[in-house]
Design a binder for this molecule. Structure first.
Ligand code: HEC
Length: 156
């Protein structure tokens, strides 16, 4: 009896370990050059500030604030800003395609959010804001698990 329970527990724990590890890809952070890391952290902090301002603007119907801050996020696209050819090469060799894809998707959503701000469409702003938050969580849980081990996609 005890050994059956033990076997069952072992299988359960193994399953848990496998499913948890498949959620988080290898973190990209240790592979970034100092410069890329610095630029990315700068970008992330301005994204964070802009998201806060957008949230307030959205719930108070300040569409102009939503539009300008979403546009700011879109324009901060690290892949199009401040990168020399060498930085670009460094970035491509440090991060997997999935990371680039997520970053592109995120910045594309920011452009849509700016549009929804201009159109004064609160429902659409909310929907896009939510999708963008999903992108933060997905990228951090998959690629920044070393810095943000607490972010998970359980219950997704
Ligand atoms: C495509 C991937 C990706 C997306 C999407 C993303 N992040 Fe990040 N984020 C990172 C990486 C990578 C780091 C760690 C950079 C480092 O430490 O070198 C980071 C770090 C951060 C940090 C810490 C910055 C610091 O000072 O060290 C904040 C805050 C942050 N992200 C906020 C956000 C928010 C808010 C969103 C969504 C609105 C978001 N991120 C979306 C990849 C992403």
């Amino acid at each position: 009896m005890a050994s059956t329970t033990g076997k069952y527990m072992a299988t359960f724990l193994l399953g848990l370990a496998v499913s948890t590890s498949s959620l988080a890809a290898e973190p990209v952070t240790p592979k970034l050059t100092d410069k890329l890391s610095r630029l990315l952290q700068e970008e992330m902090r301005s994204v964070q500030t802009a998201m806060g301002t957008i949230h307030s603007g959205m719930v108070m119907g300040q569409h102009e604030a939503v539009a300008t801050n979403a546009q700011k996020i879109h324009d901060s696209f690290i892949l199009q800003q401040k990168l020399t050819d060498q930085d670009r090469k460094d970035l491509m060799s440090a991060v997997p395609k999935g990371f680039i894809k997520l970053d592109k998707e995120f910045h594309k959503l920011a452009a849509s959010l700016a549009e929804a701000g201009k159109n004064q469409n609160t429902a659409e702003q909310r929907e896009i804001f939510d999708k963008m938050t999903g992108n933060c969580i997905q990228c951090h849980s998959q690629y920044v698990s070393d810095r943000f081990p607490g972010v998970n996609t359980l219950g997704k």
